[in-house]
Design a protein around this ligand. Structure first.
Ligand code: ZN
Length: 265
């Protein structure tokens, strides 16, 4: 039996203005703007639908001064996806901008690395440097989901479905994972925050929010090993993703791009 292939969509749900110096360990000598986009992703074919990450809520956008453009559920609805019906959600990690609207997916099983929940509930959360990107109510909410048997745990590499696998990379957080998907153009890797921007993996730079710098750098090699080419790796927060890929329909321009088709820019 051949591996089934999937369509992949990036849905932009929020954005914020930022500076280059905000995004690199050691800062950056160039005083230039570098916006950050926020995405959730949908992986689907006729048999399956998998949502990757759940973004953040309007309250969190206000609290952290991010510009929410639409809730992740509203963004997915533009693709005909009803968040209330989604059965599988991968959580690449538990930072506020990746897990925040998990309540909008009441029918979902959540797929998470062991290391991530250990990290988010363990000794390192004593340190503001590590906990500032986690929200305690999100973490407690995920623990509640564990008690309802709605979290599936993985250690390292796991097959989620034929043609979809999860890979622990660590680095950014202890249990950070990426998602590898079979598509018509080959193996695409949703890097999420294993590489926030193209520039991180292309130049070996590191985003300042980091648990283990060595794992971040090793992770770039893992991404390249898993993907058919560097063009098959999709960074987690780069506005260039919206420029390099096409919208699936005119009405979705600037909101959704299709990642299983080759880049246009
Ligand atoms: Zn993030």
């Amino acid at each position: 039996m051949s591996t089934p292939i999937y369509e992949i969509y990036a849905v932009k749900y929020a954005t914020r203005a930022a500076q280059r110096r905000d995004h690199f360990v050691g800062g950056d000598p160039h005083d230039a703007p570098m916006a950050m986009d926020y995405f959730v992703w949908a992986v689907r074919n006729r048999e399956r639908l998998i949502v990757v990450d759940t973004g953040f809520t309007a309250e969190m956008a206000a609290q952290r001064k991010r510009t929410l453009l639409r809730t992740p559920a509203e963004g997915l609805a533009l693709l005909g996806i009803d968040a209330g019906q989604v059965k599988d959600v991968v959580l690449t990690h538990l930072h506020y901008d990746h897990v925040g609207t998990f309540q909008d997916f009441p029918a979902a099983q959540f797929h998470l690395q062991d290391d991530e929940l250990d990290f988010a509930t363990g000794r390192h959360m004593r340190h503001v440097r590590f906990r500032h990107s986690y929200e305690i109510e999100d973490v407690i909410g995920v623990v509640r989901l564990v008690f309802k048997d709605r979290v599936s745990f993985y250690q390292g590499e796991a097959q989620l479905a034929p043609g979809v696998s999860l890979h622990r990379i660590g680095g950014h957080t202890a249990g950070m994972q990426c998602v590898r998907v079979a598509t018509a153009r080959g193996w695409v890797v949703l890097a999420s925050d294993t590489s926030h921007y193209y520039e991180h993996m292309e130049t070996g730079k590191c985003f300042p929010t980091t648990f283990h710098l060595g794992e971040v750098l090793e992770g770039y090699d893992t991404l390249r090993r898993l993907a058919d080419s560097p063009q098959h790796i999709i960074p987690g927060h780069d506005p260039l993703v919206m420029e390099r890929y096409r919208a699936p329909a005119k009405a979705l321009e600037g909101i959704v791009v299709r990642l299983d088709e080759p880049p246009v820019g």
